[in-house]
Design a protein around this ligand. Structure first.
Ligand SMILES: [Zn+2]
Ligand SMILES: [Zn+2]
Length: 347
């Protein structure tokens, strides 16, 4: 089969590799029909924590073409979406749909050599009963790809933000995940969403969705702008969807006393200077975590199926898997208004 392989920083190529087989009796093999490149794939692309030979991709959907003997919920030819993050499939946390808290630890497709990813024609999916969900009618495959990671992550960020009807919520970072956090905050009843970024097209997109665009390059910056919009109090909740220390710090300083900071931007740093006195004296709640994708499906699938959320709208580019080298280059360079790239493994 063909797969997008990362051999070093900035070095992605489509190569022919052996077909994957069933890893064990609880796994399935999925023939990928739609897959996406994620902002977090760029961390690997930049060589931050990658090893050579990684099969990239953690966002994919497709058709089941092989089934282990102990898989109970899936059969051949089923169309499925697959969670980007999986666990052992047996512990109480996995059975409760939280693979991030799996007692054996979570694993993410396409982030190491042990779990090859989905920017490929075929993928082996372990613990299939807890990792997959039948593609629910009338959700389209393109919508389903968004349900494998980024829509759940944005939604999880809003769920962790303690949003109540009438609240003012700020979202820092308007990539696809930030956009989904914005829309989730609206679904949860936020009266106002302050949408913060520095890229004009992203601010315009947020404004079209009914948010108040806040250009962080204007004036004294993010914190001052949010205080300005909230009569100096700060937002009821701030969702951080960038993943750098500065925006996490901004989130803490822009939240009102008694409010909640929710961090979903991936930040693997270990040296963050947490403003303890601020959080202590302002009675702040701080939440951060990798999204347990499966735990959001019962809520998000109906919202997508009824058109309340239309996550496919973030897709700006549809390319062939064979063009993965160019797709990564374009995505990394932020050329051509790119927000989200889908790859078609049949081409
Ligand atoms: Zn992703
Ligand atoms: Zn587990």
């Amino acid at each position: 089969m063909r797969a997008a392989i990362l051999n070093g920083p900035g070095d992605v190529n489509v190569e022919t590799v052996p077909d994957p087989g069933l890893a064990d009796s609880t796994s399935v093999v999925v023939e990928v029909s739609h897959t996406a490149i994620c902002g977090s794939d760029l961390h690997l692309y930049h060589g931050l924590h990658g090893s050579p030979g990684i099969h990239l991709g953690h966002e994919f959907v497709g058709r089941v073409v092989a089934v282990g003997d102990d898989v109970r919920t899936l059969t051949l030819d089923d169309r499925v979406l697959v969670s980007a993050v999986i666990g052992c499939g047996r512990c109480a946390q996995c059975l409760g749909r939280n693979p991030v808290r799996c007692t054996s630890g979570p694993r993410v497709f396409g982030n190491g050599l042990d779990l090859p990813g989905g920017q490929a024609e075929l993928v082996a999916v372990p613990a299939a009963d807890t990792s997959c969900r039948l593609l629910p009618h009338p959700v389209t495959p393109e919508q389903a790809v968004m349900l494998t990671d980024i829509l759940p992550t944005g939604y999880y960020g809003a769920r962790n933000a303690d949003i109540r009807p009438g609240d003012t919520v700020a979202v820092l970072g308007l990539g696809p995940v930030g956009i989904f956090a914005l829309q989730s905050a609206q679904v949860m009843g936020a009266a106002r969403v302050l949408a913060v970024d520095t890229v004009p097209e992203r601010l315009a997109h947020a404004e079209r969705l009914g948010a108040i665009p806040v250009d962080a390059t204007d004036g004294a910056g993010t914190v001052a702008a949010i205080l300005d919009h909230t009569a100096g109090r700060g937002a009821d909740s701030v969702i951080e969807a960038v993943g750098i220390d500065q925006t996490i710090s901004d989130a803490l300083y822009a939240t009102r006393a008694g409010g909640t900071v929710s961090v979903i931007g991936a930040n693997l740093g270990m040296e963050f200077a947490f403003p303890m006195g601020l959080a202590f004296l302002r009675d702040l709640t701080f939440r951060i975590g990798l999204c347990p994708v499966q735990s959001t499906w019962d809520e998000l699938i109906p919202l997508v199926a009824t058109g309340r959320l239309a996550p496919e709208q973030v897709v700006t580019h549809r390319m062939a898997l064979s063009d993965a080298t160019e797709a990564y280059r374009l995505f990394e360079a932020r050329e051509d208004g790119v927000l989200k790239v889908l790859l078609d493994p049949t081409r």
